[in-house]
Design a protein around this ligand. Structure first.
Ligand code: AMP
Ligand code: MG
Length: 404
């Protein structure tokens, strides 16, 4: 049986990339860039004022500052000539001793290089009076100081977040080339699912893995749906056939253990899938099955809902990210001091536990049974307790994977 690291490393060797598509920037949140995006412009687009105030040429100001006729008591006087507000072309020319009323975001005209804040001057009719504490270039955002035309704006394989969208929009970009999401189909297996929420017969349960996986995939901008299948090898084989033909990735939950009614593996084998690995030394999620057929992959996920979710974060999500070319396919790793103590009995399984970060500490959430979801609903990370670590004490450093 593989350990977690071996399974994870093996998985990533079986990635086939999805195609690319061009979409509107406004639809791109959460998608993965499929190309290096070069800036079509320099940004800022022009020299602009960072404040509301007065703009002038520093050279003419210093000449005045050194001319004793111009000022008494250390004050400099400038004549206000014209005004430039945000959006104006700002084609104004100033002579020595003149200044320009200017507002935040307004273009600083050619030949003018310095701005004083309005709070730091005294306006006196058409004149302003200011002190000597002025530095050349102050309060001017220089053209191209953020990025030059042709430079790399966003790397290929980046996840597009709202800031990415804002940045690209500011460069005038309206379309982006992104990875096509893989087509994912979900089958949940079991004889125990109630046919509807009203008629819960004795022994039946509410099916929950289907909606949960659809929601998780939705977060990755992957639209999917699920179907139920009873514990019948024949029926499951048929459903796998249809779903497999229509998908890149198949998720089958339940039926991957060794019970008499566990038909997932034989149904996949009957459809030509080959085992890459089955069972991992981990808790929860030990029965995990990963198979492949050409470019198509299938995850035989456990039936227990918590194990499904953990396996999704540890294996399915990285696989889908890698298929879309995301440069960092795994959940973000971090280390925190443990706020709780934790003991395990077995010494050969990696345990994955629901955790909640609180400042510099992470707390283990109770309870952690693989059929129980409640603590995972409050979690913001998965605490990784490596196979060789039998005991975690308060204050020990533990590794966590941050949930998306
Ligand atoms: P299995 O792996 O099929 O033996 O299922 C393990 C446990 O998970 C059993 O208690 C099942 O009832 C439960 N289970 C399996 N599939 C689902 C599902 N889709 N929704 C909720 N519970 C499930
Ligand atoms: Mg079952």
């Amino acid at each position: 049986m593989l350990n977690y690291k071996e399974a994870k490393d093996l998985l990533i060797q079986h990635v086939s990339n999805t195609g690319v598509e061009t979409i509107q920037l406004s639809d791109a949140e959460g998608r993965i860039t499929a190309e290096d995006i070069l800036s079509p412009v320099s940004h800022p687009l022009f020299d602009q004022s960072a404040v509301d105030g007065y703009a002038f040429h520093f050279g003419s100001y210093t000449r005045l500052a050194h001319n004793d006729d111009n000022h008494n008591d250390d004050k400099i006087r400038l004549q206000v000539k014209g005004e430039v507000k945000a959006g104006d072309p700002g084609e104004v020319q100033l002579n020595a001793g003149e200044t320009l009323r200017i507002f935040t975001g307004a273009r600083v005209p050619n030949g003018i290089d310095t701005v004083v804040m309005q709070e730091q001057v005294t306006a006196d009719g058409s004149e302003i009076v200011l002190g000597k504490e002025v530095k050349q270039g102050q309060h001017v955002r220089k053209a191209a100081e953020q990025i030059k035309e042709g430079e790399l704006a966003i790397k290929r394989g980046s996840s597009i977040n709202p800031a990415t969208i804002g940045f690209l929009a500011s460069l005038g970009i309206i379309e982006v080339e992104v990875a096509k999401p893989p087509i994912v189909k979900i089958i949940v297996t079991g004889d125990e699912f109630a046919s509807d929420t009203d008629g819960l017969a004795t022994g039946k349960i509410f099916e929950s893995n289907g909606e949960m996986l659809v929601a998780a995939l939705n977060k990755m901008c992957i639209q999917s749906s699920f179907e139920e299948c009873t514990d019948s090898l024949e029926l499951l084989t048929e459903k796998v056939k249809v779903a497999s033909e229509a998908s890149d990735v198949l998720l089958v939950s339940g039926g991957v253990s060794v019970g008499d009614y566990d038909f997932t593996k034989p149904a996949l084998e009957a459809n030509g899938y080959e085992e890459i690995f089955h069972k991992v030394k981990q808790k929860p999620g030990k029965p995990l099955l990963f198979m492949k057929k050409g470019d198509k992959v299938v995850f035989g996920l456990p039936g227990n809902p918590r194990a499904v979710m953990i396996c999704y974060y540890l294996y399915v999500l990285p696989m889908l990210n890698a298929m879309m070319g995301r440069s960092s396919p795994y959940l973000t790793q971090a280390a925190f001091k443990s706020a709780s103590a934790y003991k395990k009995k077995d010494d050969d399984r990696t345990h994955f536990l629901a955790g909640k970060i609180n400042g510099k500490e992470v707390e283990f959430l109770e309870v952690q049974g693989s059929h129980m979801m409640k603590s995972l609903t409050e979690a913001d990370c998965i605490i990784v307790n490596p196979k060789e670590t039998l005991e975690i004490n308060r204050g020990d450093l533990v590794n966590v994977s941050i949930l998306p």
